[in-house]
Design a protein around this ligand. Structure first.
Ligand code: HEC
Length: 200
């Protein structure tokens, strides 16, 4: 009996050591690479026009899409945001010219611990690249400072927009609308049949 208790205690101790080791080895800002295949990921929010003459497209990896509104994104989530330079056409519309920067936000168990006190964004860390995928060396404190106030949105700017868009795609009211439409088509068909029967 005693032996089992000791074994259990040492397993717990080992687990504690392993998790602090994990945090120690956790990547820091600038250490997550640019995912090569992100353009095939689900779109998070796209076509965000900035008055600076830029357009931003944001992708989310598959892991992150499992999240429901009100929840934080799970460990393993990554966001990639493309920042394009854009020109204003004669019609006043912005259109993309070239990819200027690629920003990454990634989350894993204990990854945020390396951030200075007061600058922690949960377990998120940040990376930045130029348009050719070369790593940039920005002051990551600026990324953290700007995202920091969004504590109830898991530090993600377009949290609400994304979930509202998702909800409208599979909301019951949308389904109702579709079936009401189908019902009307059926009714019209029935009327048409009746009408043609009368005419005969
Ligand atoms: C001046 C404030 C500000 C700074 C500084 C900033 N961001 Fe953001 N970030 C935003 C805003 C606002 C958005 C939402 C996109 C939009 O509307 O432009 C965003 C969105 C993102 C996203 C997409 C996920 C989301 O929150 O919607 C990533 C990834 C990201 N930023 C990474 C970075 C990185 C990396 C840095 C530092 C190199 C950085 N950000 C610095 C304001 C900032």
């Amino acid at each position: 009996m005693k032996k089992i208790a000791i074994a259990a205690a040492s397993v717990a101790l080992l687990a504690a050591c392993a998790s602090s080791k994990m945090a120690e080895n956790a990547p820091k800002d600038g250490e997550v690479g640019m995912p090569s295949n992100y353009q095939s990921w689900p779109v998070f929010v796209s076509g965000i026009e900035k008055s600076s003459g830029h357009i931003r497209d944001i992708y989310i990896n598959q892991e992150g899409t499992k999240t429901k509104k009100g929840e934080n994104f799970p460990n393993g989530t990554q966001f990639v945001m493309e920042i394009y330079k854009a020109d204003k056409g004669t019609d006043g519309k912005l259109s993309k010219t070239q990819l200027e920067k690629v920003f990454v936000m990634a989350k894993g168990e204990g990854w945020g611990v390396s951030a200075p006190e007061g600058m922690k964004n949960g377990d998120w860390i940040y990376s930045a690249f130029d348009g050719k995928g070369q790593a940039l060396k920005p002051d990551y404190g600026t990324c953290r400072g700007c995202h920091l106030p969004l504590t109830d949105k898991d530090y993600v700017f377009h949290y609400d927009k994304y979930f509202d868009m998702k909800a409208s795609l599979d909301s019951p009211s949308y389904a109702d609308m579709l079936s009401a439409h189908a019902g009307m088509v059926a009714l019209n068909n029935a009327e048409a049949t009746q009408a043609s029967a009368l005419l005969q």
